[in-house]
Design a protein around this ligand. Structure first.
Ligand SMILES: [Fe+2]
Length: 260
């Protein structure tokens, strides 16, 4: 991209917090049931300094077979039109939260990988009682293809032995971690609460996000943001909610802090 085009692109990205993980697209997964619920969450996020969200419905064929890149593109466009119609100034980007499973690499080879905001960043999650070998294989595949995998909410994984070591080896390979604000409130359970604080102190996380599903839980997620803001430095939270998400959307690898 030419420098001037890059500058123009940058100007289109609003300044403020950007949520990289949410289930705002209505009626497609276990997130918002209708557009009114999506709007209710967006209005709440705006009140707390958010200027946009990357829409990340669950990409998990077994549970949500209708999900595809082209559908998500169209749904986000339709939501954007809805926001314009309501005079709501809020940016949306396309994305997905990909469930890792035994055959996910085959699926990626056949259908491609759904990324965040058309960047090389890929948000993934998994729920296994033990750390399976295919978890590492999936990350290795993404890294070898030039993607930047982000593991969503590792603090919510079932309690398992040596988890710190597994996460450390992922971090060493270039995998990034995203924590959920709600986990600071205790509402996601004892272990998630302990883990997120321990791994914040250890500097494991690159991003903190809402992972908002439906309006009934948005207040506890916002409470988690308030707790994090009271617990860590302003710069730490800004880095994880503004600077790094902006960097992601711009597709940059280095920090853009000095451009602020
Ligand atoms: Fe999610």
């Amino acid at each position: 991209m030419q420098e001037s085009e890059q500058d123009q692109f940058e100007k289109l990205i609003p300044r403020g917090k950007i949520d990289i993980h949410c289930h705002l697209i209505p009626g497609v997964d276990d997130g918002c049931a209708n557009i009114e619920e999506s709007i209710a969450i967006i209005e709440e996020l705006k009140l707390h300094g958010y200027v946009g969200s990357i829409c990340t419905p669950h990409i998990w064929k077994e549970m949500f077979p209708i999900m595809s890149a082209s559908h998500i593109d169209r749904w986000v466009e339709q939501m954007e039109e809805e926001l314009v119609g309501r005079d709501l100034n809020y940016a949306l980007w396309t994305g997905g939260e990909i469930r890792l499973h035994k055959r996910v690499i085959e699926e990626w080879k056949e259908e491609g990988v759904i990324t965040l905001a058309k960047s090389k960043y890929v948000l993934v999650d998994f729920w296994e009682p033990k750390w399976a070998r295919w978890v590492n294989k999936s990350f290795e595949y993404l890294l070898s293809e030039g993607y930047k995998p982000i593991l969503a909410h590792p603090e919510r994984l079932p309690e398992m032995k040596k988890i710190d070591k597994y996460l450390e080896s992922l971090l060493a390979e270039g995998v990034l971690l995203q924590g959920n604000f709600q986990c600071f409130t205790g509402e996601a359970g004892y272990q998630a609460d302990v883990n997120i604080r321990r791994w914040m102190d250890a500097g494991y996380y690159t991003f903190l996000a809402m992972d908002a599903h439906r309006p009934d839980s948005i207040f506890s997620r916002i409470d988690g943001l308030d707790i994090a803001m009271a617990t860590y430095s302003q710069q730490t939270i800004r880095e994880m909610t503004e600077i790094k998400p902006r960097e992601l959307i711009l597709g940059l690898q280095s920090t853009v802090t000095d451009q602020y």
